[in-house]
Structures are given as structure tokens and as C-alpha cells.
Design a protein. Structure first.
Length: 139
């Protein structure tokens, strides 16, 4: 079941450890900072629950730009390690895809670290394409 998480949602106590499996440096304080600063930028989080347990979490936003016009960008997609290969990540991605269509997006997009080979196999299996290189520079 898809659940949208608000900034002050008490379910963050369950969702944060799932997100920390992907974002290991994320503390409760840093999460609060990201939620507070990100909400005005359109950042939202949704979680997938099964039998009352948070098993996957995604951060996302709608972005208007010249390359896609209107896209649904997934900042984070994390499934609890103990619940991987059970279809939860696919269910969450399917729910996000439906949300993207409802919001009038033409594309769903995410970045994945080059070392995350298991995640890449998952995204390719879910019929996502590798369309670009992502470049960055630490400041």
C-alpha cells in the first residue's frame, strides 16, 4: 500500500531506517533539514507498506525543464535489504509511475550510482533505459 509521508509524519520512525540503507549518512537531523528545505522545491516522499511495515521508500518531485518539459524525478528509491526480491521495489516504482501519469509527466527519471549493479539490473528489468551520463563536481 502506498503512503505519502509528510514532514512531521510519525511514520518517519519506520521509513528513515529504510531510506538510510541507501543514504547511509542521513541522520534524523539531516532528514529534517532536507524535508524542510526540499518541500518548497516540490520534494515529496512516499513509502510502500506491507502488513503494517515500511518496506520501501522513495523521494520524488515534478520538474519542469527543456529536456523533458515535465518529468517525474525520483531522488531516492530504497527497499529494505531484508525485503528485496519480493516485488516491493517494483510495486513502489509502479505506483510512482501511475502518480507521474496523473500529474501529467512525460517521463519518469532517476540517477543511480555507477557501483549499484543490483539496482541497475532492477531498473533495466523494469524497462527503464540508460539515457545519459550524469556529471557532478564537489564544491
Amino acid at each position: 500500500m502506498l503512503v505519502d509521508l509528510e514532514t512531521d509524519d510519525p511514520r518517519w520512525d519506520e521509513a528513515l531506517p529504510v531510506l538510510q540503507e541507501l543514504r547511509t549518512a542521513l541522520t534524523p537531523e539531516l532528514l529534517h533539514q532536507v524535508l524542510t528545505e526540499g518541500a518548497p522545491q516540490g520534494l515529496r516522499f512516499s513509502a510502500w507498506y506491507d502488513d503494517g511495515r515500511c518496506v520501501a521508500v522513495a523521494g520524488w518531485r515534478v520538474v519542469a525543464n527543456t529536456s523533458a518539459i515535465r518529468k517525474f524525478y525520483v531522488d531516492d528509491l530504497s527497499t529494505a535489504r531484508s525485503n528485496r526480491s519480493r516485488g516491493y521495489g517494483a510495486a513502489l516504482l509502479d505506483a510512482l509511475t501511475s502518480r507521474a501519469r496523473e500529474l501529467g509527466c512525460y517521463l519518469i527519471e532517476l540517477d543511480s550510482g555507477t557501483q549499484r549493479h543490483e539496482a541497475h539490473r532492477f531498473y533495466l528489468r523494469e524497462r527503464m533505459n540508460i539515457n545519459a551520463f550524469h556529471f557532478s563536481k564537489a564544491l
